[in-house]
Ligand binder design. Structure first.
Ligand SMILES: Cc1ncc(C[n+]2csc(CCOP(=O)(O)OP(=O)(O)O)c2C)c(N)n1
Ligand SMILES: [Mg+2]
Length: 355
């Protein structure tokens, strides 16, 4: 019997869990970008803590924490160019912030106000997709438009490990290969899809190898190591921009939080597993590396913490000052012309004085 096809998946890590260097940094990475990445990650973590506190005190709706996955979003956001389009899922606060979505807009959205999706500074990026994996189809459509118009722009889309089990993901992946679309797909493999663990989600040894079935490159990186994902993103973006087609990147991470504020992860995962997750977390790792190079110190850390807390507090003050829309806004936001069968619902909402 002849072997017709053989494959392997490369896995990359530059900075080890303890902050030491495993191999020399790639030429794409310098001190400036590492310092920027670290500071942005700290901002996103503090924003995250504040958002959860707002939810717990009744001032925000359900909120999906990005605790432990900050490095993924920051690496994607710093690698993309302004002309690219970002197609996010709901755990992408870090990338969205770097794209220009304000912290206040994010709070507004999670507070149930759709005006938070009308991004003032990045009007071509897509709003958050909560229906799992649907965003991959949108990203494939956007990439198709770039290709038809001959624009050197890339559609960058994210999803969770769970989303790779869905048809929307697999169909978009296949299409991206067939049409050689300028598209980068990043999977945040945080090991859980709510209470379904990664192993139950797919029998595939890696998620990156799903790319092989579509005939496109698939790589696995340590998503908690900023350098690994940033470098992989630059390579994938360059390929896509040069007309060489899409890439699938699996970024290994760990969800240190509950799935959302509506979840209690202690009911389905062990304390030991969570503790191991904390040993691998991205912020301490990069800080330890920067400390070892004397690029960071406790004074700088204190100053950063103060600055960032003030920035987050200002965003919260602005959010809390926003006048809520009437409840009928949920119809107005969705329909230019209200379909006749929905008129009765609209009238009832009005009648109940919800508006
Ligand atoms: C089409 C669809 N089915 C089910 C859900 C409910 N749901 C919300 S989050 C989630 C798990 C997603 O896990 P994963 O893709 O790993 O992303 P993570 O939340 O871990 O970042 C599910 C099933 C949904 N939002 N959309
Ligand atoms: Mg997941």
């Amino acid at each position: 019997m002849n072997r017709t096809y053989d494959f392997s998946v490369n896995a990359t890590q530059f900075i080890a869990d303890d902050g030491s260097l495993i191999k020399p940094l790639p030429s794409t990475v310098d001190e400036t970008i590492l310092l920027q990445a670290y500071q942005e990650m700290v901002l996103i973590r503090i924003f995250d803590q504040k958002a959860i506190a707002l939810q717990r005190t009744g001032k925000l709706g359900t909120y999906p924490s990005s605790l432990g996955q900050e490095s993924i979003g920051i690496a994607i956001g710093l690698a993309m160019q302004a002309c690219d389009v970002f197609v996010p899922y709901y755990r992408d606060q870090a990338t969205q912030y770097l794209r220009g979505v304000s912290l206040t807009e994010m709070l507004q959205y999670w507070g149930g106000d759709e005006r938070g999706s009308h991004y003032q500074n990045c009007t071509q990026d897509m709003p958050i997709c909560v229906p799992i994996a649907t965003q991959f189809c949108h990203a494939a459509g956007i990439a198709t438009a770039f290709k038809i118009r001959g624009e050197k722009r890339v559609s960058v889309v994210t999803g969770g490990d769970g989303s790779t089990s869905k048809g929307d993901f697999l169909e978009s992946l296949n299409l991206s290969g067939v049409w050689q679309l300028p598209m980068v797909m990043v999977i945040n493999n945080n090991q859980w899809a709510i209470s379904t663990r990664r192993e139950v989600q797919s029998h595939s040894e890696t998620l990156a190898q799903k790319a092989i079935s579509a005939g496109i490159p698939g790589v696995q990186v340590d998503g908690n190591d900023f350098v690994s994902l940033y470098d992989a993103m630059l390579t994938a973006l360059k390929r896509a921009r040069a007309g060489k087609g899409p890439t699938l990147i699996e970024a290994i991470s760990y969800r240190l939080s509950d799935h959302t504020t509506a979840d209690d992860a202690t009911r389905y995962r062990s304390h030991d597993e969570l503790k191991k997750g904390w040993d691998r977390e991205p912020i301490k790792r990069l800080r330890d590396y920067l400390l070892s190079l004397n690029l960071w110190d406790p004074d700088k850390e204190n100053q950063l913490q103060e600055k960032v807390k003030e920035q987050v507090d200002n965003a919260v003050t602005a959010y809390l000052a926003i006048q809520p829309e009437p409840a009928t806004a949920m119809f107005d936001h969705l329909f230019k012309k209200l379909p006749a069968p929905m008129q009765a619902q609209y009238d009832e909402v009005k009648r109940l004085h919800l508006s």
